[in-house]
Design a protein. Sequence first.
Length: 98
Amino acid sequence: MQALKALVIGMGVLLILGVVGLVYAIVTDAGKKVAPLAGAGTPMRVELPAGSAVKGIHPDGDRLYLHLETGSGTRILILDSATGRDLGSIDLVPGGVE
């Protein structure tokens, strides 16, 4: 019976220490500031091909995909979402494999 009593007291102490540790971790992390996203709130200038229109935008991590309709067809423009730098493009043309 004394072993059971000692076990219950020991687990109670561990539970209290765990709660104190959790509260300490929350309090110390609450004061930390989160760094803003790169480029957040910074206007970006992207030059589009002449005569093109943006049909859709798809953000994906650090990349931004612009779906463009150009005079010659459809193009996917790939940009760095933080800097606006052109990473490449994909021209979608008819005549693929069936």
